[in-house]
Design a binder for this molecule. Structure first.
Ligand SMILES: NC(=O)c1ccc[n+]([C@@H]2O[C@H](COP(=O)([O-])OP(=O)(O)OC[C@H]3O[C@@H](n4cnc5c(N)ncnc54)[C@H](OP(=O)(O)O)[C@@H]3O)[C@@H](O)[C@H]2O)c1
Length: 315
């Protein structure tokens, strides 16, 4: 494994491949999961030298955190544990909700499910336009002072809101989508983050799995599945675009004798300003394959070749 400094924070060294655990939540987002397999995948990650694990209360409505809490029994101290707040389920679906009292409640629930008394990185999952940002960040700052969280992060913040947040609180880490299929949003914020030496965590770097090259034809995916509404690369014209990107990944992977997933993740690892890639996985085999992405060494021209825009754009 390779390790990187956690942005401007002293004394924290993080694996460049982190483990993403959205799929371990199962439920409607990713279909059935086997918890024992998830636990084995977490242990495999630790054995591979991965020390950064990302989860959220909304992943399987608490299930991802519960399984992770079980898996980390006796090994909690070896992990930089990141979870989130601000996506809350009410009777009418999932809401962006960052009121201070809700954050306090969410944090207590996460601590209980994760069987820990502190969170290393506590992140706003999505902005909430209905709550003043200052109120949210003041609450997170109070929680940091209390020791229940060590660092504050934000995800999915557009550039203007991110700048406001950084003026109001000590934001250590920013999380955003970054893959060969979805890079523009993060490229808008990285020029701001980088000079300030804040950490950046990339998510969705496998496009939900499709950049591993395993989908040879359009996938028949349920409407509630994350790969239908969040990663929209699996059908119609978008699938044709994606197939062009996958073909380039597979060409380099074949040349280098590595699985395509390693090239897809390796490309993101080589992008300026990226501290680490949250690679989602469900099994030990996927974890082990993804961890090796740090070893992929692009030849001159490879990085540009991978993102050469020869197909019609995504819709
Ligand atoms: N802050 C946010 O808003 C946000 C949003 C999205 C994600 N995230 C975080 O980022 C993490 C990563 O993103 P993600 O999990 O959504 O998507 P991803 O990393 O692009 O894809 C993960 C999925 O790809 C498949 N896969 C993984 N490794 C593979 C391999 N080597 N070969 C073949 N298939 C493989 C697995 O699904 P199958 O086995 O089902 O194919 C896995 O669940 C999440 O788990 C979460 O922690 C954060």
């Amino acid at each position: 494994m390779q390790y990187a400094a956690f942005g401007k924070e002293q004394g924290v060294s993080l694996s460049r491949i982190a483990l993403g655990t959205w799929a371990m939540g199962g439920g409607s987002d990713w279909g059935p999961v086997e918890d024992e397999q998830s636990v084995r995948a977490v242990h495999a990650a630790l054995d591979q030298g991965i020390n950064w694990i990302d989860t959220a209360p909304i992943y399987g409505l608490g299930h991802s955190e519960e399984v992770l809490g079980r898996a980390l029994q006796g090994r909690r101290q070896h992990v930089f544990l990141a979870t989130k707040c601000g996506l809350v389920r009410f009777t009418k679906g999932i809401n962006h909700w960052l009121k201070p009292d809700s954050i306090r409640r969410e944090l207590e629930d996460s601590l209980r499910r994760l069987q820990t008394d502190y969170i290393d990185l506590y992140q706003i999952h999505w902005p909430d336009p209905a709550t003043p940002l200052a109120d949210t960040l003041e609450e997170l700052t109070r929680l940091k002072q209390s020791g229940k969280i060590r660092f504050i992060g934000v995800c999915n913040f557009p550039p203007d809101l991110l700048k406001q947040a950084c003026d109001m609180a000590d934001i250590s880490c920013v999380q955003g989508p970054y893959s060969l299929l979805d890079k523009e949003k993060s490229r808008q914020i990285l020029p701001f983050i980088q000079p300030q030496n804040r950490a950046f965590a990339a998510y969705g770097s496998l496009g939900g799995g499709i950049l591993s090259g395993k989908y040879k034809k359009e996938a028949n995916i349920r409407r509630a599945d994350a790969r239908s509404y969040f990663y929209r690369f699996y059908k119609g014209e978008n699938f044709i675009h994606t197939s062009g990107v996958v073909a380039r990944i597979c060409r380099l992977a074949k040349r280098d004798g590595v699985p395509p997933a390693q090239v897809a993740l390796g490309w993101v690892l080589h992008m300026p300003g990226v501290t680490g890639v949250l690679a989602g996985a469900r099994s030990e085999a996927q974890v082990c394959q993804n961890a090796q992405a740090v070893l992929w060494c692009p030849q001159p021209g490879d990085l540009d070749f991978l993102e050469a825009n020869t197909c019609s754009p995504l819709k």
